[in-house]
Ligand binder design. Structure first.
Ligand code: TXA
Ligand code: MG
Length: 351
C-alpha cells in the first residue's frame, strides 16, 4: 500500500484529502496535542480492523473515540453524570479521556473490545478537530505506533513504524504534551485514573472541588482497593519499550547520580553500548556512550515532551542498555514516571 503524505498547512489540500480518505473507510495518522493518532471511522468495522492490523495491536485492547465537539458526546454515550459533565467543561478540548456507557450500534464492537463502555475525548489540536469535523465521523484512534513501540510525537515516527501499512499521514509538526491522555472512569463519586497523562491528579481534584475524590492509577493502589477498581485493558500490556533494556533509578539526587554512573560502568565493562537519560543539570556529569538531555530538572513537562523521541533515539543509536533518572511524582511527573516504569518493564532501582 502507498502511504500518502500530507502537510496540514491550511493553504494546501492535505486536510481535505485526509478527511475524504477517512470518510471513505481509510486509516490516516494525524496530530493531536498528546501524540499522533491512527484514525479511522469508529462506526466502520472494516476500517477499525485495519487499524488493529496496521499496529499489530491485540484485539482485546479497546480504542479511544475522538470527537470534534464536546456537544457530540451524546452520539456515543447513553449517560453523562454531573461529575463527568464538570470534567468535560474543565478539560475538553484537551488531554482527558472519559470512559462512558456506550450507546448501542454507533461504534464498531471492535472499538470497545466488546465492553459496555466507550472511551471518548475531544483533542485540543486544531488540525485534529478540523479533520474530525471535515470527515463527518467520530474517529477511533489509538496512538499511531506499532504495538510495543514508543508512541509517535512527530510525523517521522509514524512513518518509521507504519509506512506502507496505512493510507496516509497528516503532518502537523511535533505534538505538545508528548504523553498520551489521562484516562478516567467515574464511579459514584470517585474519579478513577486508569492511565495518568496530561491532565494531572491535582487538576482533576481542583475541577470537581469537594464533590468527588480522585483515585490514583491502579498500579499505585493497594491490593484491597484494586479489587474494586475499574480496569483499563491496555495497562496489562508491555508498552513504550525501546529495543535496549532500560533501568529506572530513583532517589535523592547525589545518590541517584552515583547509582546511575555505577550501573553504566558495570554494563560497559561487559561490552554493552550504554545511554543515559538525564536532566540538563546532571547531563555533563555522566560518562556513557550517549547522554540524552531531558531538560531542566524543574521542568518535567519538557522531559515528558521529549521522552518518546529519546527512546526512539536510543534505538537509532543501537544502545543495549539505558539508564534513566527518575522524577518527582507530582503534576506531569506522575505520568512521566508511569511511562518510564513501563519502558523499564519493572526494572527500577531506588537508592
Ligand atoms: O492521547 C491519547 O489518548 C492518544 C491520542 C491519539 O488521542 N491515544 C491513545 O490511544 O493513547 P491508545 O489506544 O494507545 O490507548 C487507549 C487507552 C488504552 O489503555 C485502553 O485500554 C484504554 O484507553 N481504553 C479504551 N477504551 C476503554 C474502555 N472502554 N474502558 C477502559 N479503558 C479503555
Ligand atoms: Mg498506545
Amino acid at each position: 500500500m502507498m502511504t500518502k503524505y500530507w502537510s496540514s498547512d491550511p493553504a494546501q489540500a492535505g486536510l481535505k484529502e485526509a478527511a475524504a480518505a477517512l470518510a471513505d473507510g481509510g486509516i490516516v495518522a494525524f496530530p493531536t496535542e498528546t501524540v499522533y493518532g491512527l484514525g479511522g471511522d469508529a462506526g466502520n468495522t472494516e476500517a477499525v480492523t485495519r487499524i488493529f492490523a496496521a499496529k499489530g495491536r491485540p484485539s482485546d485492547n479497546p480504542l479511544i473515540v475522538h470527537l470534534a465537539e464536546a456537544a457530540d458526546v451524546g452520539r456515543l454515550a447513553t449517560q453523562v453524570t454531573e461529575i463527568e459533565r464538570r470534567l468535560m467543561e474543565a478539560f475538553w478540548p484537551g488531554p482527558l479521556t472519559l470512559v462512558l456507557p456506550v450507546r448501542e450500534g454507533v461504534v464498531s464492537p471492535l472499538v470497545t473490545a466488546g465492553l459496555d463502555t466507550v472511551a471518548v475525548r475531544v483533542p485540543a489540536h486544531e488540525t485534529a478537530r478540523r479533520l474530525i469535523a471535515e470527515s463527518g465521523c467520530p474517529l477511533a484512534a489509538p496512538s499511531a505506533n506499532r504495538s510495543g513501540r514508543p508512541s509517535p510525537t512527530q510525523a517521522s515516527h509514524v512513518r518509521e513504524d507504519l509506512d506502507g501499512r496505512i493510507d496516509g499521514i497528516l503532518d502537523g509538526g511535533p505534538t505538545g504534551v508528548g504523553l498520551e491522555s489521562t484516562v478516567v472512569r467515574v464511579i459514584d463519586d470517585r474519579i478513577h485514573i486508569l492511565r495518568p497523562g496530561g491532565v494531572t491528579c491535582e487538576m482533576l481534584q481542583q475541577a470537581v472541588g469537594g464533590r468527588a475524590s480522585v483515585q490514583g492509577e491502579e498500579s499505585r493502589q493497594t491490593e484491597a482497593s484494586l479489587e474494586q477498581a475499574p480496569r483499563s485493558p491496555g495497562v496489562k500490556y508491555a508498552h513504550y519499550a525501546p529495543k535496549g533494556e532500560l533501568l529506572l533509578v530513583t532517589g535523592e539526587q547525589e545518590a541517584m547520580i552515583a547509582a546511575v554512573q555505577s550501573k553504566v560502568d558495570e554494563a560497559r565493562a561487559l561490552g554493552s553500548r550504554v545511554g543515559v537519560l538525564a536532566c540538563t543539570e546532571h547531563a555533563g556529569r555522566y560518562e556513557a556512550d550517549a547522554v540524552l538531555d531531558c531538560g531542566p530538572r524543574s521542568s518535567p513537562e519538557v522531559a515528558a515532551q521529549a521522552l518518546y523521541a529519546h527512546l526512539r533515539e536510543c534505538d537509532a543509536r543501537e544502545l543495549d542498555f539505558i539508564v534513566a533518572e527518575g522524577y518527582e511524582e507530582r503534576g506531569i511527573g506522575t505520568a512521566l514516571m508511569n511511562r518510564l516504569r513501563k519502558a523499564a518493564g519493572g526494572r527500577v532501582l531506588n537508592v
